[in-house]
Design a binder for this molecule. Structure first.
Ligand SMILES: C[C@H](N)C(=O)CCCCCC(=O)O
Length: 758
């Protein structure tokens, strides 16, 4: 039976046998299953035997593939070579065969399932029909499923003695079929094979007869694989065509949407998206870190296993007046870092918005109790352009802006200060000071401070700036705004800020000196009952900028309350609000009604807590690796605060690093179409010069679309108006970051040329 007996369009099949790195010729070389066209004989360092069924890996150092990416490149090369030789519109079936078991190590020491995961090829699991085979088969099965593999079928030899397929069939998921194939005849006695390595004519005849008999069974498996493949294509096409008719996307104008991004899976830095025009998938670099949540890469098996073990142990359990290990261990971990030196309590909720809602309730109660107020109308002190979430309470802590302009219930409840911001442009870090701030400057040095620049990122964060003229200008401005507000009878309930970087507000780098002066001003206004300081670190926390707490490390001030989410887990919704003991004590009273009557059904869900613990482990390992890598930026030490030293132990005195290549940043920042660049930690923001600034601008839309096109270097980014921002993880290879930056630079240049030509 040859290939197109299987499927009218099936032209050929190929088989890439396992890579064991040893000389491997199978004496029973009669497995002539799928003929390979003559010209596919030599793929680098892989030699197909003439009969096309075997790969001979010649012993030799150059062939010991000890790097998974090299291994994957070679397999991709072989598969592309096979696909390329198929007649147009013909269907081929290629099998990449592994050996030694799903979790056996490759040359690099990684587990096979992890090494092949980026391909996420549908897995045909060869089960074990012998005693003990049910457990080995199902363990392998679960190991594949937990890593996100589709396993359309499990195939095992029929063994009437143990009937393993029966139990296996009951235990696999509904999208997996179990097939049995007649077992081959026993091999000739060992003596015989030892004396003559070539198979005896009897054995050859037996095996050929066996294969002929097994063919219909094998054909059933191949038909099933073709059906599941066709069904998968159908589902992906349905996603592409129907998504826009059923889904209601957040932050999306459906009237203006183009074809949706059909994400078939994700791994490492990439989405694997379905390209309906080619009926195939391609990789797309997730430069949005899936709304700023990704820090250790997609499809990470350690996180998947953490979720599975907690799901298995607890599922979900109620939390009020209860405790479970993951929640307790995580709370202790968070109080130690980022809460070191100030936090004592952890309140769990579901997402950034709810974490900031909880923070506001905590701060307001503290003020009411410490200042003996009764039902006051409280205002937050905040920074213009700040974003604290999409729930109405969290929105009310932001000044009127594009995100709340169309929200009918929105009532801004605060006093907001226009922030001085920084960009890197033309070789220097330039402070952009709003007129509102400058008008409080002593005219003598207004001009001087207005043109403040810095030669290095570290200099911007240096505490020695506290004695600068600009600090005095900031102090004067802050005092005048807060005095004016209090004269209007405003009562402050909290200072709430996103340390260092306003995310949704346009990736604005706020002058850390200004935020520090604001914190100090608020704390010294009523020293006996200071207004609580809230750090909304939902975006910038958890090493997004390179530190567990960006505020503590880069502003050199610790808060009273802080919120974390996003990178805390990376794969499941979980948020925390950390608080210091004096905040907690405001809720202590004989009556329940004075308690914090706020709680979500899945508060402190064990899956989220366990995943967060694993995520923190990885983030700290990556951080320590960065800090201890000789010659890395992180190792050189700098303006990051002494306070940070008390954050997560001694290792913390590190420089403000950026994963983005500084030479390429210089070139991008020098482009006329670029107003400025901000590169902090894993975040890069490119502010495009545009007549319309801000979220409503469409200045970055074109380059975002261009970036998504292409194969091999396509990039998924989301604009914030005229700001194109990109995020990487702490694991993203420098070469990949270089490719992405190169692509952005060339598109910006093309854009500039086409604008000039227009
Ligand atoms: C998802 C979460 N609400 C968040 O942090 C998003 C901020 C706003 C993003 C605006 C956008 O991408 O269009």
């Amino acid at each position: 039976m040859n290939a197109n007996d299987m499927h009218p369009r099936m032209a050929a099949g190929s088989r890439l046998p396992p890579i064991q790195g040893i000389d491997h010729t199978e004496p029973r070389g009669v497995l002539r299953r799928l003929e390979l066209p003559e010209h596919i004989t030599n793929v680098p360092s892989m030699t197909f035997s003439r009969d096309g069924s075997y790969l001979r890996v010649v012993e030799g150092a150059e062939n010991r593939v000890t790097d998974d990416s090299v291994l994957r490149d070679r397999i991709a090369h072989a598969l592309d070579a096979f696909a390329a030789q198929l007649p147009p519109a013909a269907l081929g079936m290629a099998f990449v065969e592994t050996a030694g078991g799903v979790l056996s190590p490759t040359m690099s020491g990684s587990l096979q399932a992890d090494a092949y995961r980026p391909f996420r090829l549908p897995a045909v699991l060869v089960g074990d029909s012998n005693l003990g085979g049910i457990s080995t088969t199902l363990s392998s099965y679960e190991a594949l499923r937990i890593r996100g593999f589709d396993v359309p079928c499990v195939v095992l030899f029929d063994n009437p003695k143990y009937q393993n397929h029966d139990v296996i069939e009951r235990c696999v998921d509904k999208d997996t079929r179990v097939f049995t194939i007649p077992a081959p005849p026993p091999p000739p006695p060992a003596a015989q094979t030892a004396s003559s390595p070539t198979p005896s004519p009897d054995d050859l005849a037996n095996m050929s007869a066996y294969y002929a008999a097994a063919d219909p069974h094998a054909a059933r498996v191949v038909h099933h694989l073709l059906r599941t493949h066709a069904a998968r294509l159908e589902r992906l096409n349905h996603l592409a065509t129907a998504a826009d008719t059923r889904l209601w996307w957040p932050f999306t104008q459906h009237a203006a949407t183009k074809a949706p991004t059909v994400i078939d899976s994700a791994h490492g830095d990439d989405f694997v998206v379905f390209d309906a025009s080619r009926q195939s998938t391609r990789a797309l670099f997730d430069a949005c870190a899936s709304w700023w949540t990704q820090a250790v890469g997609h499809g990470n098996p350690r996180l998947a296993r953490a979720a599975a073990r907690a799901a298995g142990r607890y599922g979900h359990v109620i939390f009020p007046e209860a405790v479970h290990e993951p929640a307790m261990r995580l709370a202790e971990r968070l109080v130690a870092s980022p809460g070191r030196g100030w936090a004592s309590r952890v309140f769990y909720s579901d997402d950034g918005s709810t974490a900031t809602e909880v923070a506001l309730k905590m701060a307001f109660k503290r003020v009411v109790v410490s200042q003996g107020l009764v039902k006051p109308r409280l205002d937050v002190i905040g920074i213009e352009g700040a974003y604290h979430g999409d729930t109405i309470g969290a929105m009310s802590a932001s000044n009127p802006n594009v995100y709340n302009d169309k929200v009918d219930w929105y009532t801004g409840r605060g006093v907001w200060l226009a922030p001085p911001t920084l960009v890197f442009k033309d070789g220097a870090y330039r402070v952009r000071i709003p007129d509102a701030v400058l008008c409080d400057a002593d005219p003598a040095n207004a001009a001087a401070v207005a043109a403040t620049t810095f030669a290095s990122r570290d200099a911007v964060f240096d505490k020695s700036r506290d004695n600068s003229a600009l600090a005095a200008v900031y102090r004067a401005h802050i005092a005048s705004v807060l005095d004016a507000a209090e004269r209007e009878g405003r009562v402050f309930g909290a200072l709430m800020l996103e340390p260092v970087l306003l995310g949704a507000g346009g990736m604005l780098w706020v002058d850390p000196l200004f935020q520090r002066e604001l914190i100090r001003a608020v704390r010294t206004r009523k020293p006996d009952a200071p207004v609580p300081v809230i750090y909304d670190e939902v975006f910038v926390g958890m090493y997004r900028l390179g530190f567990p707490s960006a505020g503590a490390s880069l502003l050199h001030e610790t808060p009273d309350i802080a919120c974390y989410a996003k990178c805390l887990t990376g794969i499941v919704p979980l948020a925390v609000t950390l608080a210091s003991e004096h905040i907690f004590e405001a809720f202590l009273a004989p009556t329940k009604v004075d308690a914090l009557l706020h709680g979500h059904s899945f508060t402190a869900h064990p899956v989220g807590c366990e995943v967060a613990l694993e995520s923190l482990d990885m983030l700290e390992e990556l951080h320590n690796a960065r800090v201890h890598t000789p010659g890395s930026d992180a190792a050189s030490g700098s303006a990051a605060s002494a306070a940070s030293d008390n954050q997560a132990g001694a290792a913390q005195s590190t420089a403000i690093t950026s994963v983005w290549d500084s030479a390429m940043l210089d070139r991008i920042a020098a482009l006329p179409c670029v107003q400025g660049v901000v590169a902090l930690g894993t975040v890069l923001a490119i502010e495009l010069a545009a007549s319309q600034q801000g979220y409503a601008s469409t200045a970055a839309a074109k380059i975002v679309q261009s970036l998504r096109a292409g194969d091999g270097d396509a990039v998924f980014a989301r604009p914030l108006g005229n700001v194109l921002y990109l995020m990487a993880t702490h694991e993203t290879p420098a070469a990949r970051i270089g490719d992405v930056l190169g692509r952005v630079h060339s598109l910006l240049c093309d854009d500039a040329d086409s604008d000039r030509a227009a």
